[in-house]
Design a protein around this ligand. Structure first.
Ligand code: HEC
Length: 118
């Protein structure tokens, strides 16, 4: 019985610890996912807030490539690893932590809707 209690306590502790180490950025955006997602305004707003600081048009931008136009973002989403990195707990983009879930799901919905531009 004692052992059982120990396990319960350890499990609770571990679950709590996991929840705290899962860094999710709080940008104050808790808007629901738009019913139909378009690059402009929905996905573009996410890029401006979370990506363009490093993925700008500057040749020396720290991210190494720009995410400032519809064509850039569509290409990196459709053919490269943008979605993987946006949801990658170990190496998230942006590097500071996962974006709020509604923003990550907005990108998923954009793909499902067929990469609408505006
Ligand atoms: C603080 C700077 C910074 C921000 C903000 C940032 N990135 Fe990055 N990004 C980098 C750097 C540096 C790399 C290259 C190193 C790496 O892959 O981790 C990179 C790499 C990537 C890669 C992988 C490229 C490859 O060749 O595999 C993708 C995809 C990406 N970023 C997308 C994004 C998206 C989408 C956002 C916003 C949601 C974002 N990044 C925000 C700095 C940033």
């Amino acid at each position: 019985m004692k052992r059982c209690l120990f396990l319960v306590v350890m499990t609770a502790f571990f679950a709590h610890w996991m929840a705290c180490t899962e860094a999710v950025i709080d940008d104050g955006n808790s808007d629901p996912i738009p019913e139909v997602v378009k690059y402009d305004p929905d996905v573009k707003a996410i890029m401006v807030t979370h990506c363009e600081g490093c993925h700008s048009d500057e040749p020396a931008a720290p991210g190494g490539f720009p995410l400032t136009t519809y064509a850039h973002v569509k290409n990196w989403t459709e053919n490269e690893n943008l979605v993987d990195r946006v949801n990658d707990l170990a190496a998230p983009m942006p590097p500071g932590g996962l974006m709020p879930e509604n923003e990550r799901l907005t990108i998923d919905q954009w793909i499902a809707d067929g990469y609408l531009e505006n």
